[in-house]
Design a protein around this ligand. Structure first.
Ligand SMILES: [Cu+2]
Length: 186
């Protein structure tokens, strides 16, 4: 009986532990990307001549096509509006973790969210003396249940734990540069 109770208790603890971080990340991902002035732990904002660009790096997001959203009615994740297809899984290896990297671009003058553009996003790893440059396949997305105010660009991507990275978001010849310190791995 005690054994059973302990097992049940463990089961509940494990379930809470598994659910809690997902809820937290989903909430922070959307509340911080919802507006160009929003702030969060892994969110950076900078401006170029014409744009205000907000970069958000969070937990990997499940990315759906509009057809999949219609069929599956997911409660979370993101719907792809165009661009490159999202990566829902990828090779992870020691020292690298999967993240969701996304950038929202707004007009500096009007505050309007720039949709259906074709920005390029590159990641430069300057840690360990190595200069690795990676071009991100850019999908256009919106958080499911959110509207145009959440329109952004990015993808799921594996990134090196603990490294210093430079993320560049370029649109119409204007580049927003972010210096990012990735968290240590688990
Ligand atoms: Cu996204």
């Amino acid at each position: 009986m005690i054994v059973t109770r302990n097992r049940m208790a463990l089961g509940i603890v494990a379930a809470v532990a598994a659910i809690a971080p997902v809820n937290v990340s989903a909430a922070s991902a959307h509340s911080t990307v919802a507006g160009c002035n929003a702030r969060g732990a892994m969110t950076w904002t900078t401006t170029t001549a014409s744009y205000r660009v907000q970069l958000h790096i969070g937990m990997p997001e499940k990315m759906y096509t509009p057809a999949e959203v219609k069929k599956l009615h997911p409660k979370g994740g993101e719907v792809m509006m165009g661009g490159m297809m999202g990566m829902n899984s990828g090779m992870t290896m020691r020292g690298r973790s999967m993240h969701h990297l996304e950038a929202q671009i707004c007009s500096k003058q009007t505050g309007a969210v720039i949709a259906n553009a074709e920005p390029t996003i590159t990641l430069v790893d300057g840690s360990m003396g190595s200069m690795m440059t990676k071009k991100l396949p850019v999908a256009m997305m919106q958080g499911i249940g959110h509207g145009m105010e959440d329109f952004h660009y990015g993808n799921n991507v594996t990134m090196p734990d603990g490294h210093k990275l430079t993320v560049r978001v370029t649109l119409n010849g204007e580049t927003a540069v972010f210096r990012v310190q990735m968290p240590k791995g688990k």
